[in-house]
Design a protein. Structure first.
Length: 149
């Protein structure tokens, strides 16, 4: 019979330990919304979707933290050729500039043009689906100015 609070607590913890040890380790959140928010075809005829995504990639990943609230900025960058590529042209970067009233902001759109992400955590739907836009941001600032949208 357990008589002290400390011993009762130890008994409860001992009973719960097998449950905690059997619980799966939490990895990255691999659930993501694959719905396409924007789509653009670049000059090399790559169809590049910007998916709704989640906190790790896609629209939900970059729109609020980086202040991009319109497909116009994304599509403007993708309407050209990649400015940088790696991994046999599966990781692409498109660069652009927004200019208004003498102010200029340079921006970057990063694309995974492959069925799966680099770490295989996410897979695009459909036989020919591509992950698409991973992130987008304005260079040198935490958040894009509202006028770029």
């Amino acid at each position: 019979m357990i008589t002290t609070p400390l011993l009762r607590t130890a008994a409860v913890l001992a009973a719960l330990l097998p449950l905690v040890a059997a619980a799966p380790v939490n990895g990255p959140d691999t659930s993501w919304n694959t719905t396409e928010k924007c789509v653009q075809t670049d000059w090399d005829n790559r169809r590049i979707p910007t998916r709704i995504g989640n906190s790790e990639l896609g629209w939900q990943h970059f729109s609020r933290p980086h202040g991009i609230t319109s497909c116009k900025l994304i599509n403007a960058a993708l309407d050209g050729k990649p400015d940088k590529s790696s991994d046999q042209q599966r990781n692409l970067e498109y660069w652009g500039s927004a200019i208004r009233n003498g102010r200029q902001v340079d921006f970057v759109v990063k694309v995974r043009y492959a069925k799966k992400t680099d770490d295989d955590a996410y897979e695009a739907p459909g036989a020919k689906g591509k992950v698409g836009v991973i992130t987008a941001y304005c260079r040198g600032v935490q958040k894009c100015p509202t006028w770029v949208n």
